[in-house]
Design a protein around this ligand. Structure first.
Ligand SMILES: [Zn+2]
Length: 154
């Protein structure tokens, strides 16, 4: 499902003990705790509990797409950074960039009603897109011949 940045509330992804009202992704990560911000102990020598690296990845992707910074509190000290920079410490920036590219790609309708010469309206099928972003549409003439036209994207 397409992620809607306008309805995303970063506090739902913030750590349980965070009760502030800052409108950012707020992670509380004390010594020995899992880095996803769940505030549970991670196994000795591990940064994450099993599977929680994916949880943090999801949080950072949502924060990035919605334009929120990441605040991290440890020992009462809070530091902030952009979600992209924050992801960089895990070498995850490519995940965020890929998610952004995927999320911005508007769903393309497969069928259009177009007006052809003579003012007749026909159903045309989107079969290709030109390098400049125009739609290549295919339709059937009254005589049953297949034709293509190029139109500006809606
Ligand atoms: Zn965790």
């Amino acid at each position: 499902m397409k992620f809607n940045p306008n309805t995303y509330n970063p506090t739902t992804d913030s750590s349980p003990s965070y009760t502030g009202t800052a409108h950012d992704l707020h992670l509380v990560i004390e010594e020995g705790q899992c880095q996803c911000g769940c505030e549970l102990q991670s196994n000795k020598g591990k940064r994450f509990r099993q599977g929680h690296d994916a949880k943090l990845k999801g949080k950072l992707i949502r924060a990035y797409l919605a334009g929120y910074d990441v605040l991290r509190t440890q020992g009462g000290i809070t530091v902030g950074d952009s979600a992209l920079n924050y992801a960089g410490q895990y070498n995850w920036t490519s995940y965020l960039e890929r998610a952004a590219a995927k999320n911005s790609a508007a769903p393309t309708p497969t069928s259009y009603t177009i007006k052809i010469a003579g003012g007749r309206e026909v159903q045309a099928r989107h079969i290709d897109t030109t390098p400049t972003g125009k739609l290549v549409l295919e339709y059937m003439t009254a005589a049953g011949e297949t034709r293509t036209v190029t139109r500006n994207a809606a």
